[in-house]
Design a protein around this ligand. Sequence first.
Ligand code: ZN
Length: 252
Amino acid sequence: MSEKTIQEIGHLIKNCEYTIALSGAGVSTPSGIPDFRSANSGLWETYDPFEVASLNSFRYNPGKVYNWLRPLVKLIINASPNSAHKGLAQLEEDGYLQKIITQNVDSLHQKAGSNNVLEVHGSFRTLTCTSCFKQYRSSAFIDTFIQDGELPRCRSCQRVLKPDAILFGEQLPAQTWLQAVEASRRCDLLIVIGSSLEVIPVAGLPMRAIDNGAHLIILNQQETYMDIRADIILREDVAVTIPAIVNEVLGG
Ligand code: ZN
């Protein structure tokens, strides 16, 4: 990891007024959560996630979708934020990070102490009835689901509740998405963190930021289609680079 690159990133963060982070699976893999959409995650080798975890499958066979989600939910509720999550929370607390837009559904940014988080792919914290739209906290259902596989049901109409993490083929939560677009237009620095920018429409947000004159930093182990437009790229584990950046910003 180049000391000079870390200094340049720190310099940019300190000199920008409205910085946002766009985080993806790479932020949570050091916490033991595999990439939800990755074929190589090892968790669901027998299934095609695009087929099983889709809104359509949920309508016809919610039990099958829940069965697929069960190992992921179990990992998520037991996971702890890592040094990348904690570093970002610290930057927010000290006024250097205005918002996090996250593709992750694990709530680890909030567990680390971040307050301004836009979960554009939803989360598992709540469940909604697809019939009467009543919303529930997941905590009331999680133990029986994890232990016995019992499906969470609406207390009014007995329908199976849908997790508020979005499934394939499902619309992004509209309000959150609009806020993410607005933040991308407004920022003068966008930092991509642990996302390969492969999932649309979120992958288009850095382009909106750049079109409005923002700087772009990409911290990701794999290449992204926006690398060519980035001011700075650092292809290393974000659990290592983020703490170094935080040290640079807060220490220097
Ligand atoms: Zn209901």
